[in-house]
Every structure is written in C-alpha cells, then in structure tokens.
Design a protein around this ligand. Sequence first.
Ligand SMILES: *Cc1c(COP(=O)(O)O)cnc(C)c1O
Length: 948
Amino acid sequence: MTRTRNEFIARHIGPRAADTAAMLELLGYDDLEALTASVIPDSIKGSSVLGDSDGQGEAEALAAIKAIAAKNQLFTSYIGQGYYGTHTPAPILRNLLENPAWYTAYTPYQPEISQGRLEALLNFQTLISDLSGLPIANASLLDEGTAAAEAMTFCKRLAKNKASNAFFASQHCHPQTLDILRTRAEPLGIEVVVGDEREIGDAGAYFGALLQYPASNGDIFDYRALVERLHAAGALVAVAADLLALCLLTPPGEFGADVAIGSAQRFGVPLGFGGPHAAYFATRDNFKRDMPGRLVGVSLDRFGKPALRLAMQTREQHIRREKATSNICTAQVLLANIASMFAVYHGPQGLTAIARRVHQLTAVLAQGLAKLGHKVEQQHFFDTLSLHTGAQTAELHARARALRINLREIDAERLGLSLDETTTPEQVEALWALFAGEQAVPSFDSLLAQVASRLPEGLLRQSAILAHPVFNRYHSETELMRYLRKLADKDLALDRSMIPLGSCTMKLNAASEMIPVTWAEFGNLHPFAPAEQSQGYAELTSELEAMLCAATGYDAVSLQPNAGSQGEYAGLLAIRAYHHSRGDDQRDICLIPQSAHGTNPATASMVGMRVVVTACDERGNVDIADLRAKAEEHSERLAAIMITYPSTHGVFEEGIREICEIIHANGGQVYIDGANMNAMVGLCAPGQFGGDVSHLNLHKTFCIPHGGGGPGVGPIGVKAHLAPFLPGHAGLARKEGAVSAAPFGSASILPITWMYIRMMGGKGLRRATQMAILNANYIARRLEEHFPVLYSGDNGLVAHECILDLRPLKETSGIGVDDVAKRLIDFGFHAPTMSFPVAGTLMVEPTESESKEELDRFCDAMIAIREEIRAVEQGRLDKDDNPLKNAPHTAAELVGEWRHGYSREQAVYPLASLVEAKYWPPVGRVDNVFGDRNLVCACPSIEAYQDA
Ligand SMILES: *Cc1c(COP(=O)(O)O)cnc(C)c1O
C-alpha cells in the first residue's frame, strides 16, 4: 500500500505510458529526459529552481484548500464602493458558470464555431446599450477602474480640446478608480485633477472628465448643465454608472455623456474578493472606431443568413500594435455572459423590480436612521447612504463587527452603507439596532408604509429598457436551461475536442481545480473587507506567490494584473519606476522583435515608451546582430526589451542568454513575455537565465479556463531589484501604483492555479512540460511531410508548439489558411492559431493534456485535408468549388439542392469516424468585410424581428 495515492498527474496528462514510448520512438529518443535534454539549450539547462516535490491527490488537495477557505469569514457587507451582493441564479450557476461547455471555450475568433457565446455577448452589448442610453457597447473590459482609465485615454484621443493635458475626475468617484487613473495618467503626461465637480472652474482646462452616477457616497447629482459646459469647452464626458440604478434613472446617454463605463458585477456575478467581473464601456456611434475592447457584430454567412462575429478588429492590438486603441486582449467574456443571462432571466420587469426593492429598502433604512437621530447626508440616493458619525465612528464599526457586519469606512468621522439585492428587512432592522443605542428599534413594516421614493424627480428614467424579445422569453427555468443548452450546443469548446491554438495553451481545466471557485468562502467576500476576515485569501495568495516564484525563478510575484496585457503593463511600469529611481528618467526605448505578440507594442506605448522593432533571421530567431546594433545605438535611452521565450515561433533560441546580456550591458531591463511558460516549467526558469520581469498567463499555463475570452490572470514575477515597484493598492503595503480595481485582481479564480500546482507538485509540473514538448514534436513529425514545419532548433525539434507553413500551397492550389481552418470545422476541430506570428501559417499547440488518440485524430484530419488540396492541385477538384473553399458545411446545405462537384459524404463525413460524433456548425463561412461595412452590434430591433 502506498501512503498517498495521486492519480491526478496521470489524469491531467493525456498520453499513457505505451503511447509515450511510441511517440518517443517515432522521434528517435529513448526517453523523455533525452528528448528534453536535446530541446533545451545548454546555456539555460538546469536553471529551473522548481524542485521535485510530490503532488497531492485530488481529494487531499480539495480538503487542504477547504481548510484555507474556512479561514475567510463571511460578514454581511454594506461596503459597496462598486461591489455588491447578488444572487447568482441557480440555473446560471450550474448551466453556465460551472459548465465546461461555457468555461472551456476560447475567444470567438472562429465565428462559425462560436455562435452561441457570440449571441450571449451580443445580448450583453444590447443590455449595456439599453441601460446606458448609448448606442455602441463593447463585449467587456477588465474591471471598472481600468475601464475608467480606458475612458480617459479615449477622451484624450477624441476631444476637441487638444491643447489640454488635464483630466478632471470627480472626488465622488470610487477611490480605487481614482488610484488607477493616477497610475495610468502619469507615464502619458496626463494630469488627473480630482475635485468637486460643482466647483470645477474653467471647463476649458480639461480634455475630459469622469463623473460617478450615483456618486460613490450615494448622492445622485443632475449632471446635465455640467455636461453642457464641458462640451462647450471642447471636453468629453465619461460617466461611471451603476447598472442596477440605471433601471430607474435617466441614463448617461440621455444627459449627454460621451462614454459610460462601469461594472456588471451585481448582475449575478459573485463578489469573489474583487474579481473576476465584467466591466462595460459604451459610447456614441461616431466614436465606435476608437472604442477599446472586443465588439461583437452581426454579419452574414455564405448563404446570406445572419451570423455573428468579432467586428472591427482593425482597432485591436494584434493588427495596430503600438497604435492600437488599447492593449486589451483577454477580456471578461464568461462574466459578461453571466451578467447578460441575469438580464435574460429576470427581464425588464424583473430587473426593475430588483432595483425598486433595493431602493425601497434603502429609503426605509434612511428613514429609520433619521428617527434614531442619524441624519443621512444624501437628499437623493439609490442604494447607498453616508452618515456623519463623528466621534462615534470607531465604536460603530466595532459594534458592527461584533455582529458580523461590515460598514464602509469613508473616513474617521463618516461611514457608508450600501444595500443590494440580497438585503432583507430583517437586516435593515439589525442595522437600526446597531445605531439605536438605548432607543427602541423601529419596525420595518411600520416605516415601509410612510416612505416615499428618494430618487430625484427630474432624473427618473422615462425610456423603456430591454424590449428585445431575448429579454422577454426565457423567464421560466425550463426556458432558460434550454436557451443556455441551445447556445452551448452551437459552439466547440474543450469539452468536445482539442483546441490546438498556438500561444494559447488550451489544456485541461480539471474539475477539482474548478470546484473551489464557486464556494461561498471564496465567492462571497468583499475585496475591501477588513484584513482579519480574509485570512484564507491571504494564505492562498502568499502560497501561490511562492509557488510561482519557484516555477519561474523570480524573487517576488504580484497577482494583481487580471490579464496578460495587464501583467505586461505592470511589468513595464516596474521597469520604468526602477529607471526613474536611479535618475535614469530618459530611458524610454523599448526594443521589440518583429515577431512579438501585439499586446507587447501596445503596452509599451501605454507606458510612454518608444517602440524600436528588431529583426528576426530566416530561422525565426532574434537577429542578434541587429539587436546588438540597436541596443548600442540607443544605449543612452534603452529602457527594456520585450521578448517572448521560447520564441513566438515555438523555438528555444540558443541565444537567449546572450540577448539578455546585451540588453543589460546597455543599461536596459529584460521583459520576458511568459505566455509560453508551458514549455519551461521545471526545465528552465526565466528569472534565472536573464529575465528581470515576466508575466505569466494563469489562463494558459496554469489551468484557468479561457471562459470564451476571459477571465484571465496575468501575474508578474520580478527579480528583487524590481520588487519595490510591483503594483500597489490602498489595501496593500505599497499604496500607489494600482493596475486593477481590487488588490488581488481576479482573486476568486486563483484557487484553480493553487490546486493545479498542489496536485502536480514539482515532479508533475516538470513532467507536464516534457509531455507538452513531446506532443508538439510528435505532431510536427507526423505532419512535416504534408506541411513544412516552418521553424525548429538546430536539433530539428520544436518547443511546445509548431508552425505549419501553408504559403506554398496557396500558390499551387489557391487554398489558404482560412480555407484549411474552416475545413477543420467539418472534421470537428477548432482551427490552430491562424497567421500569427507569420501570415499564411497555422501554429499548433497540443498541450500535455491531449491523448495520443486525439493527436492522431487531428493529424489524420490535417493529412486528409492535404489530400484534398492535392486533388485541387491536380485538377481532380475544382479550384473554386471544392470542400475547402466551401467549408464549413452546414446541415441546412446538405438537405438543400446539392450543386457541388463533390459528394455530400465528402463534405460532412470526410472521415468515417465522424459519422458517430459529428459537430454541425450552425452557420456557413462568415463574411467579415460585410459586417464591418454594415456595422450592427446590438440585437436586431423589434421591427427587424417582426419582419423576419
Ligand atoms: C496570450 C498572450 C498575451 C496576452 O495575454 P492576455 O491575457 O490575452 O492579455 C501576450 N503575449 C503572448 C505571447 C500571448 O500569447
């Protein structure tokens, strides 16, 4: 008998022992050690400091994390400040948040296999557009604070007042939002002026302004005159608005705002100690091309049927690079979808009823407090009150804590109270008891009868919300359950097949990793709850930081950035602050190899750095001579290099140590983009071979699911000299430099990575890396005679992914990467990464989680596709009418009149094995150009619906 049983490593890793042996044999290696010894360059071999600890079995690890969770204490929270209690409807919890069909999907770049989540996102956009009163809304940003920062730079780009560098931010904004604005403004030379908007003075001094509606302390101000003044002075106005309040209040779009931003958290998304939550961003139609973030639009498919896809990608970092509207890549799709389904389930009447009830409870609370001699500071409010409690304040907080209640600590003399959907009349009475002292506590029912609305008469919402049928037909649980199932069935996620996306690491998101995420002990904690209540999170985050230090070889880690792009931003800020601390203020040049991911140049420009692109050689490696020349040329001003390792071409470059040395010798810092960490964990460590800072994508290497395009976590690891410059937060030791609204960003999904590392142990993680390398090389070897593998190391091996070069086929057959990607859908596969980092290629990353059977199924599909291309080359298939150009084939097409020069069987069952398990795409190939020219990005109007 063994003392502990850990089956997890073998559950996580796809290939069995016999498969591994067979794959190694094909590659000509005796064992995994020999293979990886050959792949990893000598100069960095042995740099890993991970160690070889054992992992822990699933049951044991779950028990261990349960014990950690139990150290979090769940008090009733009235803290508010952008985070509110909410009831996640049970069918949404079970059928969406906890459903792998939703959470294991990738960002919907391949629209034909993503119609379900695209529809859910279109519903989100419609919801936001309706509630905010602005016609264009995106499909989510990362949190309210960063959305406000995006709004600030958006105003800077678009305002008529070009002379000003000052942005006005109301003192009534949430404090964490103001912190992020300051962080973001400083490197860009923007001055953030925080003040009382009622005394704004010369509006012409500003290019833009941010107002909060309702204000952070609860007031509801009428901003109409102010907006007019700002507009007259050439400034734009952004309003951070609460979605639930907007059900009852005149929306920002109707009082002249140019932008509305905010959080969709209280629409069914757990507090989660700060995240992940979806933020929204809505604007006027004429500004749409400058909007940050992803946008879903309606287009047509090959048959002229409506089909959804991501619109206007020409704004985004992967196309515009340092000129992009923002560096956002991963957003918050899963959470946006939860919020959209919350609205679908409750409908306009349900949402309005929730909003009314919250307001009524608050009005009754205010009335009772007044009776007890505590006058609330607001005349008008929605759900939040502030009280001047003077010398009693500390004592009131202490009494509240004793009753397991948290009030907001506004300052030493004032406290705040925010109610929400979960508040009950009994809780209101308990609050009165807290403030009553010796007095009798009023009865809720008696006050309820006397209380009138405290919303301002002149700002009551007149326009209807959510008239679209989708918000009016799924109100029974049966209907909602089936709607969610119908949408999920349209999509390909990891629960159906391998998603071989290079650079994205679509590995297993194990159920044991996911289970703790929806425990109340992690889900129901407010991010600003007193530290003694979040001891479980403190333990989890400090352990996870240590685990990630061991995996990367860095000295310190910040978990705050909530996507890879945000990690890049935090990392470059740390580099910048380090240079400044040494008086090197002039260091502002960032070298970026031409093969870099688009977020790299986009991020560099957000910290005010100038991007200098360096060349790659014909083997895809960084051209060291060119790099050296540029580093020397700019040595006075060199700030950093951003380099991905192993390279974006999927190769362990031999020269990495030398590259790091060149940069250091010229006074720069080395940023190693760690998105490809899956090739390194346990084998080599960026913090040990020359990196000063890296971000990791926990939603790639460390098992957080992609959620259909978010959430993510992008922690950064740094060497000790950069540790003082890691992101701060009002709730952390370092108070400034926040990059996310919450101190630990998307805290509630950190248990996923903790569980993964705990269950794998050092040994299992190292083995996973080796298997990821084996799987990638197996695919490369099986496919290389059919499609040339573009880059490999001196040993003929790739790292954890490989690039298949399809460019020659375009010339011989007219078939391009798009055609192959779409044809793979007919075979039941999600396409590999298309045209990144090299146009006309496919980049395949299988990960360690895929079994040999699945790898073979994919290779067989690719080989069958190559045969079809050969038929086109040889004229056996028509060069325009062939299964590749017409892919994907829908069921509707099959039952119609068949006019193609190949059979129905070849169209939909090109391999016999497909008969048993066939994925049917709901639409044919989607026309992107049409959709961008005729932009529609909300659910079709009622009229269009009725016509159809
Ligand atoms: C995925 C990726 C990023 C960006 O990460 P997000 O979480 O999507 O912001 C950056 N660099 C590389 C190389 C990546 O693959």
